[in-house]
Design a protein around this ligand. Structure first.
Ligand SMILES: Cc1cc2nc3c(=O)[nH]c(=O)nc-3n(C[C@H](O)[C@H](O)[C@H](O)COP(=O)(O)OP(=O)(O)OC[C@H]3O[C@@H](n4cnc5c(N)ncnc54)[C@H](O)[C@@H]3O)c2cc1C
Length: 427
């Protein structure tokens, strides 16, 4: 285990459009109404929405825009939250669960609207997600529009001998998430908002009725602060660091192999399976296959370990493809890790934790629709519509207990893997 994978170049960076031109620390004004910490989809969509509402704000990002999970993820955008519907209903009751469902759909609409605008072409959205099942029991219908695929119809999409059912739907889509973030940042900056990169906020202190944020030896004052730090926040985020766990997950991208993919995975759909510890993958525009899998709660696997893990997992689902890849000398080209922020209940913390201090974090492995939906609600609340945050207020704040929580997360993942194997063998 090492930290190298977090800094490894991703396929998204290799194929990304030019980054936005951001401001430097020394361009900062002494005071702002609102300061956002974190330049992922949560922070950037909130900054854009505030700008559209006529409120100027500043955003600090410790790396580059999209260098956290939002610019290095699987590129699936689908309805729902990281927690499943039953779990949400048990947590907050069916009425509030229904409201959260509507919010998540609103996030999909916001993403699709954006993607239709000039400047977002390189995010290259493509409709269609196929959910496959390895067990003999057909999974619940994921979307009202989903079509059940079995037998030869399923084999037209994927030749894996292990899949027994599939649900295909155009409710979700795949896209290039880093290009999306870069386009959003450009649009937001040209709309007048201030974005500072390579600016880690080290300290946030309340002083004389406002907050002082310190970054790189410079400090500014802000009336309100929003923590949008995902799975990358540290002690500077205070309480948030005690209620969110950073969980690492991994992606590998193969060398180009368009002909092999035409033979083994001809599908236009982005594909994910229903296992609790399953995987997801999609064909990329340049003939490669992106394959996502696995979690670790402690440490980060290095690039070589991720390559091996991806190759092994791919071989379990597509043994014939793996053999053809070996024959053709095709390997796993790029591999990387990313952090997800998880609450114990798998739902995000969105709201005001103390006067003037807000959080919008904890989207887990399902942030591409939920982060903008939460940003919309938070923006409305900051404009005075306090009721907008009511569905999130119903979610309990649960301590994660540091290393004990991490240990529990690893153990639970192993347990899920065992259960997945049992479900496949016994049904
Ligand atoms: C490998 C991987 C695959 C995934 N696949 C999918 C998928 O296919 N579909 C999906 O919907 N979701 C997916 N997810 C989850 C999704 O990417 C996240 O839920 C989402 O990006 C979270 O957005 P965010 O803005 O909250 O966090 P991030 O995008 O992580 O942004 C947080 C930012 O805060 C910055 N930051 C932290 N602390 C500070 C500080 N003190 N000062 C300044 N900046 C700071 C970080 O540098 C980071 O850029 C995946 C996640 C990973 C890691």
């Amino acid at each position: 285990m090492s930290a190298t994978a977090l800094t490894a170049t991703t396929w998204y960076e290799q194929t990304g459009i030019a980054p936005p031109e951001t401001a430097g620390l020394y361009d900062l004004a002494p005071a702002y109404d609102i300061a956002i910490v974190g330049g992922g989809l949560a922070g950037m969509s909130l900054l854009r929405l505030l700008g559209e509402a006529g409120v100027s704000a500043v955003l600090f990002e410790s790396g580059k825009i999209g260098s956290g999970a939002s610019g290095r993820n699987g590129g699936f955008c689908s309805p729902g939250w990281a927690a499943d519907d039953d779990k949400i209903a048990r947590l907050v009751g069916s009425d509030t669960a229904g409201r959260l469902d509507v919010l998540a759909l609103g996030g999909m609409t916001w993403m699709r609207d954006r993607l239709r605008r000039p400047g977002y072409e390189a995010a290259a959205p493509q409709d269609g997600i196929l959910i496959v099942s390895l067990s003999g029991k057909p999974p619940a219908k994921p979307e009202p529009s989903s079509e059940l695929l079995v037998g030869d119809r399923l084999r037209e999409e994927t030749t894996s001998p292990r899949y027994r059912f599939g649900w295909a739907s155009d409710a979700g889509f795949q896209f290039h998430p880093l290009n999306f973030l870069r386009a959003l940042a450009r649009e937001t900056i040209s709309g007048g908002q201030t974005v500072i990169e390579n600016a880690k906020v080290d300290r946030i202190e309340r002083q004389q009725g406002c907050f002082v944020l310190a970054s790189g030896g410079k400090s500014i004052r802000a009336q309100k602060v929003v923590l949008a730090t995902g799975g990358y926040g540290g002690r500077e985020t205070g309480t948030l660091a005690r209620i969110l766990l950073p969980i690492r997950t991994y992606i590998g991208v193969t060398d180009p192999m368009p002909e092999l993919l035409d033979t083994h995975i001809p599908s236009r759909y982005a594909i994910g399976d229903t296992r609790r510890a399953g995987n997801y993958y999609r064909r990329l525009a340049d003939g490669r296959l992106l394959w996502g899998l696995g979690i670790t709660a402690f440490g980060t696997l290095d690039v070589e370990a991720v390559r091996r893990m991806v190759r092994k997992d791919l071989g379990k689902i597509y043994p014939a493809l793996a053999r053809d890849m070996d024959r053709a000398g095709i390997g796993i080209d790029t591999a990387w890790a990313g952090n997800m922020g998880y609450a114990r209940h798998f739902m995000p913390y969105v709201g005001e934790t103390e006067p003037g201090l807000f959080t919008i974090a904890g989207f887990g492995g399902h942030g591409m629709n939920t982060a903008p939906s939460a940003a919309k609600a938070l923006c409305q609340a900051m404009m005075g519509e306090t009721e907008a945050l009511a569905p999130f207020a119903a979610l309990p704040k649960q301590a994660t207990f540091g290393s004990i929580g991490l240990l529990a997360a690893e153990a639970s993942y192993r347990w899920r893997q065992i259960n997945d194997r049992l479900a496949e063998a016994l049904t």
